[in-house]
Design a protein around this ligand. Sequence first.
Ligand SMILES: NC(=O)c1ccc[n+]([C@@H]2O[C@H](COP(=O)([O-])OP(=O)(O)OC[C@H]3O[C@@H](n4cnc5c(N)ncnc54)[C@H](OP(=O)(O)O)[C@@H]3O)[C@@H](O)[C@H]2O)c1
Length: 431
Amino acid sequence: MRKLNIGLLGLGQIGTGVYSVLRAKHKLYQKELGVSFDLVKVADVRKERQRALRIPAGVFTTDAFEVIRDPKIDVIIELIGGTRVARKVVLEALRHGKHVVTANKALLAEFGDEVFGLAVRRRRMIAFEASVGGGIPVIKALREGLVANRIESIHSIINGTSNYILTRMTQDGLDFQVALKQAQAKGYAEADPTLDVEGIDAAHKLAILVRFAFGGKVRFKDIHCEGISEIRSEDIAFAEEFGYRIKLLAIAKASAAGIEARVQPTLLPKAHILANVNEAFNAVLLRGDEVGDVLFYGRGAGQRPTTSAIISDLTDIAKRMPGRLEDEMILLRGLRARLKVKNISSILSRYYLRFHVIDRPGVLAKISRVLGAHSISISDCVQKETSAGKIVPLILLTHHAHERDVRDAIRLIARLDVIRGKSQVIRIEGN
Ligand SMILES: NC(=O)c1ccc[n+]([C@@H]2O[C@H](COP(=O)([O-])OP(=O)(O)OC[C@H]3O[C@@H](n4cnc5c(N)ncnc54)[C@H](OP(=O)(O)O)[C@@H]3O)[C@@H](O)[C@H]2O)c1
């Protein structure tokens, strides 16, 4: 029987789940996985957690570093979150010779070079399945099941909060603010929802996916990031009329000229498989040069799915300890090259453009003249009718155009005397 001595840091939503499952299924995992997961020490700054979880005296502490320094412990599970304390404890754990399991995407996206670099130097494992897509085993698939492939593209829905909000806007016709309040009431969104609705959380996860899919480092700040807070219910309705749904996608594409890596609201044809991923679900669609398209779908957050991924990581570590660490080191060393990320202005895409215009003759001609001068051709167009002189929405879909040209054209169109308010620009994928 293999034995893994565990130190658990952070008993919040996920830490509580991990603690409870490791206790409840201790015997089952011994029998079925052949591993004895022994919780040696557990830390949280909130003392009340000890009583709530009935943690025996001598196992609980409020000092995370006491756990890290314990020589009996083989692996530290970091579930504190954020980057300030978590970075210190993860680096300190590696320096003390511990393997690390973490669900912390912000830490790995922003400080991945430092964390993975130290893991290699100290010859220790760092496992992070729970950091992307919660319970979906996408990291394991990239590292094992798909190794025969060069990954060509990633299209993913990896922020459950935004997906829930967009689902409510689409299915119930709600405005963004009302849908956000519902997400908060259901516990899907934090009181400060910025990380989720502005696309930052998805960009953190995309940075991790890109590293392991394309085999190299990206600077987090090179990932272009747009959220959903500017999406209006009218955009959802117009997209629907044209046969599309709006999703917050995290996209990466490999090419000889560099990689594209961006998080953005996106119009997807209604029949596209990702257009049908609703509520708080996540999905990752990978394209490999041998396998073609592979889809991973499931719960991207929450206590039980995330715990499932963490226990899978613990099992991996138990199976590699102590003899099979070299495989891990070869893999991590191979990921040190810096990948060139293309600037967003150089990408080629189709676009949904929405303007609020004064309803009078010649408006469309004025706008299409500017678009034409920037080599942007229109594939579809709708103008809602009201009485003359009123403000109406005008929606245009374009053929493929360069982002740089689209931005320049929108800047000029904004100055036309027929335009009122801010224009909307959303990229189209999937056809
Ligand atoms: N929640 C999810 O569905 C989910 C899914 C995937 C990944 N994750 C990731 O999992 C990690 C944990 O998330 P969570 O939702 O469980 O967070 P959480 O509920 O905020 O739990 C974190 C716990 O750590 C405690 N803590 C803060 N500083 C500490 C310190 N120095 N030493 C020991 N404990 C400390 C916190 O106490 P205070 O509350 O007093 O600060 C809190 O009890 C994050 O990296 C998150 O991104 C979460």
